[in-house]
Design a protein around this ligand. Structure first.
Ligand SMILES: [Zn+2]
Length: 139
């Protein structure tokens, strides 16, 4: 994520907090932002939805917590695995088949970006899977 993504990231976090029935302040949002900054915004948003979906709804206590950055990272790995599962990134020279390219910011910190080959798969998936069309999860 870039600094410009922060308002959208904040919106997402406020939405997630509302889902679990909590309030969240700027300090917490910034902490999450800093921990997850190496991932693209849309991936982080998807990971939040998935982390919530993955929870055992029987667990009342867990249902009132905002997913931790650990849960988000787990969800991101699962999403990576699914996207790469499609196999179309294999043989890509640019990303060496991982689907992701590491970039470096001016301040020397690194971040991961989806490779073109992976973006192409996502587009195809969107086109042929009507459930994903609006990008929202069903409640
Ligand atoms: Zn690639």
């Amino acid at each position: 994520m870039k600094f410009a993504d922060k308002p959208d990231f904040s919106k997402k976090m406020i939405e997630v907090a509302a889902v679990v029935g909590r309030a969240i302040d700027d300090v917490e949002i910034s902490a999450y932002f800093n921990r997850l900054v190496e991932y693209p915004l849309d991936l982080v948003c998807k990971a939040f939805d998935r982390a919530l979906d993955n929870r055992d709804n029987e667990d009342i206590y867990l249902a009132t917590l905002i997913p931790t950055d650990g849960e988000i990272r787990k969800a991101i790995s699962a999403i990576f695995a699914e996207e790469i599962d499609l196999g179309a990134t294999i043989g890509c020279e640019k990303c060496k088949g991982t689907g992701f390219i590491l970039g470096e910011r001016n301040d020397g910190s690194t971040f991961a970006e989806r490779c073109e080959c992976l973006l192409a798969i996502i587009e195809v998936k969107k086109k042929y899977d009507p459930k994903r069309k609006d990008g929202r999860r069903k409640l």
